[in-house]
Ligand binder design. Structure first.
Ligand SMILES: Cc1cc2nc3c(=O)[nH]c(=O)nc-3n(C[C@H](O)[C@H](O)[C@H](O)COP(=O)(O)O)c2cc1C
Length: 323
């Protein structure tokens, strides 16, 4: 049975799963700019998939494009049977692996017993993991989590609990749930975490996440810690959608990505896309005006035609637009 985690060369660079961001449209944009070794879906709730009412929505979140492969489905929840039911479907949907979200700090998710709440219910986390593996049809099952719920030193017991289950990969976001993303990631703990992996499950691929902006920074960390297997980059894509490459994009290239994003985006839900204009429109004299104007649009078609009109006037960019 193929295991994508074993097939990929070190260091494995991944685009972090991000709810409301890493959907099918955005992943195609990043694939165009320069793809990571592995994509992840936004997290999908297992109880939603397991219910008649929620399944269509779950399947929509799990839709993938040809340029996504290889891609991992990320799932969350608290019901072991529902983990099993969801995992049973994922191979046929085209996924290369399954990732369990044991780290989301969102209070609604935690109240529902999922995400980082799993750190507080380790027996349930293990049961969910085992049910996922038992129903995965051979797909590798990995885990993404945080150091702890409230205290940093929780990692000393929480990570061994997970490693003893021998997940295919473990991604550690180097913060606690309580820290959200408000403090710098605890890079100083990397050597300790590598030790734990080596002690409890040497075959588990170990990935680090938090404050890693781009490929260059990931490679520098890999040089310091060659026993790591990979890195996940999340918010770095907001600063540079080409962050998985060494390429410094021109303004024209960034605007082309916006064209692509607009043309792929689900028009019926245009408003959330507005959060992401800043990724593509910045660092030229008319950038903030253009963003402000695009914010007044009500559909992707309207935004596209507005953008085309703007681009016909290179003076808008404070000079000639690079090819
Ligand atoms: C908007 C947003 C949505 C996120 N959604 C998810 C998610 O669905 N699943 C997950 O495991 N983590 C999620 N995260 C956390 C990221 O995957 C990542 O762990 C975090 O942003 C830290 O990495 P970074 O410093 O590279 O951004 C989300 C983060 C952001 C900013």
């Amino acid at each position: 049975m193929n295991n994508i985690w074993q097939e990929l060369e070190k260091p494995i660079l991944c685009l972090a799963p991000m709810e409301g961001v890493t959907d099918i449209a955005f992943r195609q944009v990043i694939a165009k700019a320069g793809r990571p070794d592995l994509f992840f879906t936004e997290f999908t709730n297992v109880s939603s998939y397991a219910s008649e009412k929620g399944r269509a929505n779950a399947l929509e979140r799990l839709a993938i494009a040809p340029t996504d492969a290889p891609i991992i489905a990320q799932i969350w929840g608290k019901n072991p049977e529902h983990f099993g039911a969801t995992c049973a479907a994922l191979k046929d949907l085209g996924f290369a692996g399954i990732d369990l979200n044991f780290g989301c700090p969102d209070k609604h998710v935690n109240k529902a017993g999922g995400g980082a709440q799993m750190i507080r219910t380790p027996d349930l986390a293990v049961e969910c993991f085992r049910n996922a593996v038992a129903n995965s049809n051979g797909l590798p099952v990995s885990i993404k989590t945080r150091l702890g719920f409230s205290f940093i030193n929780e990692y000393q017991t929480w990570l061994p609990t997970l490693l003893k289950e021998h997940p295919a990969a473990l991604t550690v976001h180097l913060r606690t749930r309580k820290e959200m993303s408000k403090v710098p990631a605890h890079f100083e703990l990397i050597p300790d975490i590598i030790e734990l992996r080596n002690q409890y499950s040497p075959e588990t691929k170990l990935l680090i996440n938090g404050d890693i902006k781009d490929r260059k920074q990931a490679l520098a960390l890999f040089e310091r810690f060659p026993n790591l297997d990979g890195f996940m980059i999340g918010r770095g894509v907001f600063e540079n959608p080409y962050c998985f490459t060494d390429h410094a994009p021109t303004k024209a290239e960034l605007l082309n990505l916006l064209h692509l994003h607009l043309s792929l985006y689900n028009n019926s839900n245009f408003e959330p896309l507005k959060h992401y204009f800043k990724i593509y429109i910045r660092d030229f004299p008319g950038a903030s005006d253009l963003r402000a104007q695009l914010m007044t649009c009500h559909s992707t078609d309207e935004a596209l035609s507005f953008l085309q009109r703007f681009e016909q006037h290179p003076e808008n960019f404070g000079g000639k637009l690079e090819p």
